[in-house]
Unconditional design. Structure first.
Length: 105
């Protein structure tokens, strides 16, 4: 009896080597960060991102647990970059007005 593999992978690496969902082009890191931010189940996440299939979210989770250090490192670097960018970018006049109005309340 010959066995033929039937498992289709939803994950690929883009030109920069980042793990992404093949069909949607969403980074695995973004799915993991979204699950954390929304504090939701995979099924609930696809209600926020209807262009994702449930199988793709589970594939991203599977990839994450198989490559946890890689994805956690990418998340950390992304957050560091964001912090550096915020620190080096002056606040816009509109943001200053909104912040001032909120502080006066």
């Amino acid at each position: 009896m010959t066995m033929t593999p039937v498992l289709e992978t939803h994950i690929y690496r883009d030109e920069q080597g980042r793990a992404c969902i093949k069909r949607a082009g969403v980074k695995v890191r973004e799915i993991i960060e979204s699950l954390e931010a929304y504090q939701c189940t995979p099924a609930e996440l696809i209600s926020h991102f209807p262009y994702l299939m449930l199988a793709e979210v589970f594939a991203a989770l599977t990839y994450y647990y198989d490559h946890r250090m890689e994805i956690d490192d990418a998340i950390r670097k992304g957050r560091e970059f964001e912090a550096e960018l915020r620190a080096s970018t002056p606040e816009s006049p509109a943001t200053k007005r909104v912040r001032g109005a909120l502080e006066r309340k």
